[in-house]
Design a protein around this ligand. Structure first.
Ligand code: TEU
Length: 516
């Protein structure tokens, strides 16, 4: 697909903000929408194109917003609908798009729909959720286990002596997507935000909407974690109807789905046929589970590029709010810097998790500060805007925030890196600027070279331009392959002439040496 015709989301770099931890405008120790508005100049300075906000909706926060009690209300912790409108306007003024996090599989148990559903066997909304009798021996209706706490995915409710399904916490009852009223109500929630000008959605565990009230026992290995097993034809039909709704809006809304499935080709299948009737983009999480190893990266990248070949288009993500940050997983600044080159030169829409541009590591969270039921607090630590502070306080936050700061907050704070040559922040800015100015990095074809020891190599090419990326995953320097002829545009480390240092990545301009 030529550069000009490519839709915006193929060109975009998306920046994920975890609102609780980004910036706090009212001094309650929790980030909010006004805080984000104040930092829009910073976001724009990163050279990203769109912001994805983790959920900001009314929520009792059992899962920090992924338990929604009102899909069309902003939680007062984050601000008001007026603040939201201001955020949209402020971002749009800068040419930045906004994606919201839509949570279609489950609501909060405090959602009025669930309150009604739970109230009696014959309530009109009873069938909006999945209710079943216990088995004769008192055991849960099926063998499914919930994510997070290793408990049954069913909770018994004494009021009506039935159990309801929840693939996550008991506070997150699953909606019954077999019920057309549920589907219609959820479509309305999309319309509400699209009418207010949002540019799209990240759809939480969206493959799970293929499930409705058709729940039966699963083989033991699948029952242990049903969220990575549910892959049903109905999900595709329901996504086609969502896509048809999105396509009626002039802002070309984009939906990127969290598809937590791992069989080869399955995440791409949620883009539909021929790449235009289901999700626009689908997360593929194979990269976030890789160890620092050339062969592992090679094979994952190669598989993703093949499975998401035209007319599909892949995403690329190394960190998010659900698992240890990649600077911590890979364990060194050099590797985090190499990842910046890798991520921003990939044929994919890169999703950056706020703070990765600072090289942030996870926070060390003492037992008495743990708040997440699934142990994910470390990667959700607040952004350090200023170097001055302790693990608990300061760093540009007026009040002690809800979680301690990342372990490298002082050295890697925004004000310690802003404008500082050689900082990882400036490396990210240089790379986003290059991706913007050099179309081959955004939409050029990608060829992944065969495995070559510790060196990963891929080439991006168009009719008029060509670049090569080399990443050395090994502990010792590696030589450039002989046939790579060109000049280094960006290097993440300090290797020498025709040398890639250990844990270093290079972007090389090979256009001059490209064969005609
Ligand atoms: O995550 C789905 C999911 O599969 C993760 O829960 C993952 O398995 C886990 O975090 C690994 O530790 C989405 C959201 O990203 C997550 O934050 C929510 O908690 C979850 O859905 C429920 O809405």
């Amino acid at each position: 697909m030529g550069d000009e015709e490519a839709p915006w989301w193929r060109h975009a770099i998306v920046y994920q903000i975890y609102p609780r931890s980004f910036a706090d405008s009212n001094g309650d120790g929790v980030g909010d929408l006004r805080g984000i508005i104040e930092r829009v100049p910073y976001i724009a300075s990163l050279g990203v194109d769109a912001v994805w906000l983790s959920p900001i909706f009314l929520s009792p926060m059992a899962d920090f917003g992924y338990d929604v009690a009102g899909y069309t209300e902003v939680d007062p912790l984050f601000g008001s609908l007026g603040d939201f409108d201001d955020l949209v306007a402020t971002l749009h003024d800068r040419g930045l798009r906004l994606l919201l996090d839509w949570v279609p599989n489950h609501t909060s148990d405090q959602h009025p729909w669930f309150a009604e559903s739970r109230s009696s066997l014959d309530n009109p909304k009873r069938d909006w959720y999945v209710w079943r009798d216990q088995q004769a021996d008192g055991s849960p209706p099926t063998n499914w286990t919930a994510t997070f706490k290793n408990v049954p995915a069913w909770t018994h409710d004494a009021l009506t002596d039935q159990s309801y399904l929840h693939l996550f916490l008991a506070e997150q009852p699953d909606l019954n997507w077999s019920n057309p009223e549920v589907e219609a109500a959820m479509h309305d929630t999309l319309r509400f935000w699209l009418d207010r000008g949002v540019d799209g959605f990240r759809a939480d565990v969206v493959h799970l909407i293929g499930k409705g009230d058709d729940v039966e026992d699963l083989p033991d290995d699948q029952a242990a974690l049903p969220i990575i097993s549910v892959d049903r034809a109905e999900g595709h039909e329901r996504l086609r109807r969502i896509r048809a709704l999105l396509d009626t809006y002039p802002q070309e809304p984009m939906m990127v789905g969290e598809v937590n499935l791992f069989e080869p080709g399955v995440t791409a299948s949620y883009l539909g046929e021929p790449g235009s009737d289901e999700l626009h983009l689908s997360f593929d999480f194979r990269p976030i589970y890789l160890r620092w190893d050339a062969a592992a990266f090679h094979d994952a990248i190669d598989a993703i590029q093949r499975e998401f070949a035209e007319p599909h288009w892949p995403t690329w993500v190394l960190s998010n709010h659900d698992l240890s940050r990649h600077a911590s997983r890979f364990g060194s600044d050099a590797r985090a810097r190499a990842c910046a080159v890798l991520s921003l030169c990939m044929r994919a829409t890169p999703f950056l998790y706020a703070g990765e541009e600072l090289g942030l590591t996870d926070a060390v969270v003492p037992d008495d500060r743990v708040v997440d039921p699934a142990g994910r607090d470390g990667c959700r630590a607040p952004i350090p805007w200023a170097a001055a502070g302790t693990p608990e306080e300061g760093h540009g936050w007026s009040t002690r925030p809800w979680l301690p700061f990342p372990s490298n907050a002082a050295t890697n704070a925004v004000d310690a890196q802003d404008g500082v040559a050689g900082s990882i922040l400036e490396l990210y800015r240089r790379l986003t600027e290059l991706r913007r100015s050099r179309a081959v990095l955004r939409v050029g074809a990608m060829h992944v070279a065969p495995r070559q020891g510790s060196l990963l190599r891929f080439d991006r090419s168009s009719e008029t331009d060509r670049v090569t990326v080399l990443v050395n995953f090994g502990p010792t320097p590696a030589a450039w392959p002989d046939d790579v002829v060109g000049e280094v545009v960006v290097r993440s480390g300090d290797g020498g002439d025709r040398i890639v240092a250990a844990d270093e990545a290079l972007l090389i301009d090979t256009a001059a040496g490209a064969p005609d």
